[in-house]
Design a protein around this ligand. Structure first.
Ligand SMILES: [Zn+2]
Length: 473
């Protein structure tokens, strides 16, 4: 009996010491590695670039993998509620730019996909890719080889479909990146496709499996960031499923782990090499539900991520959040549970208040990298402040002169908006003034600004009504 309790005491104290040691290592690393300097801003006198388009203080997107969205009816019912102000079966739509994804092919041809037996699936997928509401491809799913992928790419190219974003799916062999089953970028594999698919579709962002439970990426970490996902009502579960896991991954990133490298600075986007040597931007998705990120990636789980307090926190830390979810994982018609609809209405309010910029994954990522890699300078004259945009220069796309769409939402703080002008390079030595600008009064920091207006996606309220008339849903 005595030796048993001795053993137990020895066991518990060992666990305790290891735990305390881990925490000490974590805190000392964290204090030593201050991440705030990583997000240094560029200033030219009193001119600086604002983090988010005016007036927003944070940005959020739903990045919904198409898994389990089995019919066109289901897909359109969900999108009509998200994207329009129509009166839908889920109530009045929230009219936000929330995108979705598609499967080019599925093993069951009766289910919703580009190459399904239902020709309307293809028609709608192509329409919504053109309009930007389908903004990423969710792997080639059940495609078996390069020949089959070539046939799919022909359909997409013939219809002029371009996609900025690729998201890996479960264990699809066509997935990209370093994971074991990801053969899409391996030139020795019979399913190798990234040489042709990247060129034809034009994707530059790839999601390779990273999911964080830090609320908001692209912002400095603080000690409290690791407790963002702590849930007072479920303290034990949220600590185990989120907080401790995230701390562990952070420690590994500091120790040099390639897999968790993005955690080191809480990056939203980082440059990554595909196996065939092509460069892409790898990006991070996130979730903060107390019962774990994977389990919460459903229509119902969304309401445990989008909450009043989490949105408020996202605004206060000024983060970018790409929520990992599957809206198709639901209980059937009418597809979105009440709680999720309420959560989405909260999100709409945060957008309309000017707190959170809500847009598609593709647009959010593009804004992030275009702003990050924007080269510009300022000249002050007696009567004017002239901002000159030279180019965007990044490791994936190279150096190029952006167009107005690339600059959508870019906002500069200036003390004198009326006297400030923005010029865009035509070539190395010439610039032309951008006349379509918006001059803003003070924001929550008290600073005024000038911006290139956000280019919104075309509204699809009437298109959805046409789909209704055609009997598609
Ligand atoms: Zn998937």
């Amino acid at each position: 009996m005595r030796s048993k309790s001795k053993k137990l005491f020895f066991y518990l104290s060992t666990v305790g010491i290891v735990f305390l040691l881990g925490l000490t290592i974590f805190f000392s690393f964290f204090i030593y590695w201050d991440t705030s300097s990583y997000y240094r801003k560029t200033y030219y006198d009193n001119i600086s670039i604002r983090k988010f388009p005016y007036p927003f203080r944070a940005a959020l997107t739903l990045c919904s993998d198409i898994d389990a969205t089995d019919s066109l009816r289901e897909f359109l019912t969900i999108q009509e509620f998200l994207n329009t102000k129509n009166h839908t079966v889920l109530g009045k739509g929230i009219g936000l730019e929330i995108g979705n994804s598609f499967f080019p092919v599925r093993s069951n041809k009766k289910k919703f996909s580009l190459m399904s037996d239902n020709p309307h699936d293809q028609e709608v997928i192509i329409d919504l890719i053109h309009l930007g509401y389908i903004d990423f491809i969710h792997s080639f799913n059940s495609a078996k080889n390069r020949q089959e992928i070539k046939r799919i790419l022909e359909v997409l190219s013939k219809n002029n479909c371009k996609l900025d974003v690729w998201v890996n799916h479960a264990k699809a062999p066509s997935d990209l990146g370093p994971c074991k089953w990801c053969l899409g970028d391996n030139p020795d594999s019979s399913i190798y496709h990234s040489d042709i698919s990247k060129k034809k579709l034009g994707y530059i962002f790839v999601w390779m499996g990273d999911i964080s439970s830090i609320l908001g990426q692209g912002r400095p970490l603080t000690l409290t960031s690791f407790f963002d996902a702590f849930d007072k009502s479920h303290p034990f579960q949220s600590l185990i499923n989120n907080v401790f896991k995230e701390i562990g991954k952070y420690i590994l990133s500091v120790l040099g782990s390639e897999k968790y490298a993005m955690r080191r600075y809480n990056d939203l986007v980082t440059v990554s090499l595909l196996d065939d040597g092509q460069k892409v931007f790898k990006f991070m998705r996130s979730g903060i539900a107390y019962y774990g990120i994977g389990k919460a990636a459903t229509a119902k789980g969304l309401s445990d991520i989008i909450r009043k307090d989490s949105l408020k926190k996202l605004v206060s830390v000024g983060g970018y959040m790409i929520i990992y979810t599957h809206l198709g994982k639901n209980q059937g018609y009418p597809y979105l549970p009440k709680r999720t609809i309420e959560a989405l209405r909260l999100l709409e309010q945060a957008y309309r208040r000017g707190d959170i910029y809500v847009t598609t994954t593709a647009k959010l990522l593009k804004y992030y990298v275009n702003k990050k890699y924007l080269n510009w300078h300022v000249k002050f004259t007696k009567h004017a402040v002239n901002i000159y945009i030279d180019n965007i220069s990044d490791p994936v796309r190279g150096t190029f002169i952006p167009n107005l769409e690339d600059l959508s939402g870019i906002t500069f703080y200036t003390n004198q908006p009326k006297k400030t002008h923005i010029f865009l390079a035509i070539d190395k030595n010439h610039y032309q003034e951008i006349t379509d600008v918006v001059r803003n009064g003070p924001d929550y920091t008290g600073r005024k600004s000038i911006m290139i207006p956000i280019k919104h996606l075309k509204k699809i309220d009437s298109l959805m009504k046409i789909y209704h008339k055609e009997g598609l849903f």
